[in-house]
Design a protein around this ligand. Structure first.
Ligand code: NAP
Length: 283
């Protein structure tokens, strides 16, 4: 194997230990723990695992988590009322609504209901807009985690050609903006892109967020590239990335594994946003 593995678990562990110190300092100064509310509507099995992992991670760094499990038939107004209550609660520093929400609930209006300064997922239009403008904001966790993983290689981002496959609001678009802020030359590819291989072959940094198992094959990668695999596709036997790891690792310079790459960083960045916003609003 040619590529060096970017160990997301190790990078996330390091970040979490720094966050623990900050969370303890907050508790000592403010007389309470930083608080994160996590809301799960319905019984999506994957969402339950994500919520459980987020709550466990909070405990580990000393953040007080409060989980709200609501039945799938919950009316949108009930969810809105809960968010309003948490918005007004001074001991709740961050609010996270686990996606996807049941179809009868308008996810966009729910996300917009969360106060921007409590929007630790970074999905509110104010945070997304501030990211676009290059203003201080709570950035979306997964792309922020990807940037930290790229930085962990020590390879400068500035001047590199970065290709992002995927243009979702939660991964692809904010990823492209963060790479641009870091002075990369950015190309965004999506389902209507023609001859995607000719584009990915030019990428010094390739971030893949497509949601298709092993979409990127070894022949699509520029030798020596940094490959960040955001994908999480549950197969019958295991979790698969959006990149065919065995092939890509023969060509790339650096690569993230799935699992153990981007996933742990998403949670670390969520904790980071929670600590940051608590510190900012309790200065
Ligand atoms: P999404 O909303 O479904 O977006 C997928 C994107 O891929 C879309 O922009 C789509 O293009 C593009 N796409 C689909 N088929 C394509 C094709 N054949 N060629 C090129 N582009 C194509 O997914 P997402 O929420 O961004 O998530 C992407 C993946 O990351 C999923 O596997 C998800 O589970 C994973 N994920 C992981 C984490 C983590 O913490 N590790 C966090 C979030 C997401 P169009 O816009 O043209 O439809």
């Amino acid at each position: 194997m040619r590529a060096k593995i970017i160990d997301g678990k190790a990078v996330a562990t390091q970040i979490r230990s720094q966050l623990k110190v900050r969370a303890e300092a907050f508790s000592a100064r403010c007389g309470r723990r930083i608080g994160l509310a996590v809301i799960l509507v319905g019984d999506n099995a994957a969402s339950k695992i994500y919520v459980r992992n987020k709550i466990a991670a909070c405990e580990e760094v000393g953040i007080q988590s409060a989980a709200y499990y609501l039945p799938s038939e919950t009316e949108e107004t009930k969810l809105t009322e809960l968010i309003d209550t948490l918005n007004a609660d001074n001991s709740t520093d961050g609010i996270l609504v686990q996606l996807p929400l049941p179809k009868h609930i308008n996810a966009r209006s729910i996300l917009e209901r969360i106060l921007p300064q409590k929007d630790v997922d970074g999905f509110h239009a104010i945070n997304a807009g501030n990211l676009l403008l290059g203003n201080p904001c709570l950035p979306a966790c997964t792309p922020h985690g990807c940037i930290e993983l790229i930085r962990s290689t020590g390879v400068p981002i500035a001047g590199k050609h970065a290709v992002v496959i995927g243009r979702s609001n939660i991964v692809g678009k904010p990823m492209a903006l963060l790479l641009l802020q870091n002075d990369a030359t950015v190309t965004v590819a999506h389902s209507r892109t023609q001859d995607i291989k000719s584009i990915t072959k030019q990428a010094d940094i390739l971030v893949v967020a497509v949601g298709i198992k092993e979409f990127v094959t070894g022949d699509m990668i520029k030798p020596g590239a940094i490959v960040i695999d955001v994908g999480m596709n549950r197969g019958e036997d295991k979790l698969y990335g959006d990149v065919c790891f065995d092939e890509a690792a023969q060509v790339a310079g650096y690569i993230t594994p799935v699992p153990g790459g981007v996933g742990p960083m998403t949670i670390a960045m969520l904790l980071g946003n929670t600590v940051t916003t608590a510190e900012m609003h309790n200065a």
